[in-house]
Design a binder for this molecule. Structure first.
Ligand code: HXC
Length: 258
């Protein structure tokens, strides 16, 4: 399948999606988000893929939704088109883990896209922000919901209300990103992390993703119960037998369901 606004490749057991609207700093439009959704469908259906990396360019992961396209929208245009968000939840519903590898600007919808992924690895050049307020709008793809869950209410309010950017160091300190790496190592590090994940048992990887996400969707008691049930079900897997046998026999595991 050929895409207009993204590049899609396979690196080992990792699916790589690169946002590719360099002249507009990877501003997000419907085509781009629909293409990400289609690429995720393909990677999810591909047994050879165990994890996915989404990245942008050196200058920008994505500088937000395409402002030019939205500038003349009426309420009805926004409502009927559901601009850039009609397929947005596909990122969340993908059962294989997605790592956002972020260099440069991740603003507005760009920051929201990174947050919709499961892990954010940031280059030391990364800058995160929700500057929608400067345009007379507010975040519309999860900024007011995912940011407070990631960095606290105070910092989310600060970011969304003042439009200031957070650099990589602050983002890591606040818990938005899992690690910072030198910009020239970003893709290698993200691919290596994804390859590590893809080397484990895929059903276990999927169970972990589902369980951690449950922490966002339920109260603690419900979440703990969900985790316990899924934990018990892992003992039905061949890969549990193999993983534990390999430990006892002091050898590397050969997971069947990778
Ligand atoms: C369309 C964009 C764009 C965007 C940048 N460009 N961001 N085009 N939509 N979001 C374009 C510029 O118009 C310019 O095109 C080219 O990319 C380079 O950008 P410059 O501004 O010249 O670069 P620079 O001076 O380095 O500044 C970088 C920047 C700035 C700080 C990132 O571009 C900026 O503030 N962009 C807007 C960020 C923003 O407000 N994002 C939120 C969008 S709203 P030309 O043709 O002039 O070279 C949003 C809502 C999401 O995301 C919710 C939806 C449901």
């Amino acid at each position: 399948m050929s895409y207009e606004n993204i590049l899609v490749e396979t690196r080992g057991r990792v699916g790589l999606i690169t946002l590719n609207r360099p002249k507009a700093l990877n501003a997000l439009n419907d085509t781009l988000v629909d293409e990400i959704s289609a690429a995720l469908d393909a990677f999810e259906a591909d047994d050879g893929i165990g994890a996915i990396v989404v990245t942008g360019s050196e200058k920008a992961f994505a500088a937000g939704a395409d402002i030019g396209a939205m500038a003349k929208f009426s309420y009805m245009d926004a409502y009927l088109t559901d601009y850039i968000t009609r397929n947005w939840e596909r990122i969340k519903t993908c059962r294989k883990p997605i790592i956002a590898a972020v260099a440069g600007y991740a603003l507005g919808g760009g920051c929201e896209m990174a947050m919709a992924c499961d892990v954010i690895i940031a280059a030391d050049t990364a800058k995160f922000g929700q500057p929608e307020i400067k345009l007379g709008i507010l975040p519309g793809a999860g900024g007011t919901q995912r940011l407070p869950r990631a960095v606290s209410k105070a910092k989310a309010m600060d970011m969304c209300l003042t439009a200031r950017m957070m650099d990589a160091t602050e983002a890591e300190r606040a818990g938005l990103v899992s690690r910072i790496v030198p910009a020239d190592k970003l893709l290698d590090e993200a691919l290596a992390a994804a390859e590590t994940i893809a080397g484990f048992s895929l059903p276990v990887v999927m169970m972990i993703k589902e369980s951690v996400n449950r922490a966002y969707e339920s109260g603690l008691s419900e979440g703990l119960l969900f985790e316990r049930r899924v934990f018990h079900s892992a003992f039905a897997l061949d890969d549990q037998k193999e993983g534990m046998a390999a430990f006892v026999e002091k050898r590397a595991p050969q997971f069947k369901h990778r």
